[in-house]
Design a protein around this ligand. Structure first.
Ligand SMILES: [Zn+2]
Ligand SMILES: [Zn+2]
Length: 363
């Protein structure tokens, strides 16, 4: 044992210590731990502000994380570094003492979500795989440079968010290990719902009252909307519905990451095999009971009400995606030669899916 404490020292008082280590985040001199990580004052106050005012988007696909000079200029990469190193809110750390396992689970889900969110705004690709191609090989999506004058349409955004969502879920090993066809059925049934939930959460965190693109643009400014009668009205409803509910019941980021797993891992997904349904039921149970424990810790006797409130978001999300699918269908019907990326035929249930879709069984 290396106990270096001297007997004549009454109590070591932290603020007077000379900086003895570098800040784990930015490598500048630091004195003590903040938010659970040895860090300097500027990283501490950055993290405090960032917790209130997320989410953060990197426009360079996260490269600034690797360069300390760039990192402090990019909120997304700075925040991600803090979270990667284990910084957590004071409120979440309270959980640590009473339920370490749940604390670790939530902390990891938050990290995975921060990673996916930070790269969304900067991601662009001209690739156009089908859903099955993407499921078989998630690496087939290669980011490429966007022509700065090019404005993405509502359908482009829907494609990017949908495909990144597929890649995100395939990062979970137990999902990766499911049979390919079952994965395709899962994404076909649930991907758009989770995009909707995640999009609404990003709006809540950014203090936007409606769904917006990750770059902060309102969807109703897109040209497509003006070209098709009545679509503006329907879009107005879609933009507000889920966000309003989530603001209303004040869904936290921690609740969202658990809820997203509970919704996505749906054993009632049509067409999946019995074995997969069983696996999904197990995992869904696992995340649902984690969510319930989380509610119990933070809401005590009101936990059951909180839990039910959170689960009630599901039907609102479903109503919203079914309206969104209808909106896309009206675009498709009204505009001949509308360019729609292949994945959207599957995740948005649009007619006229390209040939390879749920394609050849010939292996
Ligand atoms: Zn620092
Ligand atoms: Zn960055």
């Amino acid at each position: 044992m290396s106990n270096r404490a001297r007997s004549n020292v009454t109590r070591p008082s932290r603020p007077f210590r000379a900086p003895e280590k570098d800040c784990k985040v930015c490598k500048k001199p630091a004195f003590c731990e903040h938010y659970g990580v040895f860090s300097c004052n500027s990283c501490k106050s950055f993290f405090k502000k960032a917790l209130d005012k997320g989410p953060h988007y990197c426009l360079k696909l996260g490269v600034c994380m690797k360069n300390p000079d760039l990192m402090s200029k990019c909120k997304a990469c700075w925040f991600q570094k803090c979270v990667e190193l284990g910084m957590t809110s004071c409120s979440l750390r309270k959980l640590r003492g009473s339920n370490e396992k749940l604390f670790d689970l939530v902390k990891n889900l938050l990290l995975i979500d921060v990673r996916r969110t930070s790269k969304i705004a900067g991601f662009y690709t001209s690739d156009d795989p089908t859903l099955d191609e993407l499921v078989v090989n998630p690496r087939c999506l290669k980011p490429c440079e966007k022509d700065p004058s090019q404005i993405l349409s509502i359908l482009d955004w829907c494609f990017l968010l949908n495909s990144l969502q597929v890649v995100f879920f395939l990062d979970f090993e137990f999902i990766q290990n499911l049979p390919t066809m079952d994965k395709i059925y899962m994404f076909k049934a649930n991907n758009l719902n989770d995009c909707m939930l995640a999009g609404a959460m990003r709006s809540v965190q950014s203090d936007w009252e409606t769904l917006r693109t990750p770059t902060g643009h309102a969807y109703n400014t897109f040209e497509l909307i003006n070209q098709v009668d009545n679509s503006k009205e329907l879009l107005k409803v879609i933009e507000k519905r889920v966000v309003e509910k989530m603001v209303d019941i004040k869904v936290t980021h921690e609740e969202f990451v658990l809820l997203s797993m509970v919704f996505f891992l749906d054993p009632a997904t049509p067409n999946i095999s019995e074995t997969t349904a069983k696996t999904l039921a197990e995992y869904q149970n696992y995340y649902a009971s984690a969510l319930l424990q989380y509610c119990e810790f933070y809401h005590q006797k009101d936990a059951p009400t909180r839990f039910v409130d959170l689960l009630s978001i599901k039907s609102i999300v479903h109503k919203n995606t079914s309206d969104l699918k209808y909106l896309y269908l009206t675009f498709q019907n009204a505009i001949t030669d509308l360019k729609i990326k292949k994945i959207l035929f599957s995740t948005c249930d649009l007619p006229g899916a390209p040939q390879t879709y749920l394609g050849s069984e010939n292996g």
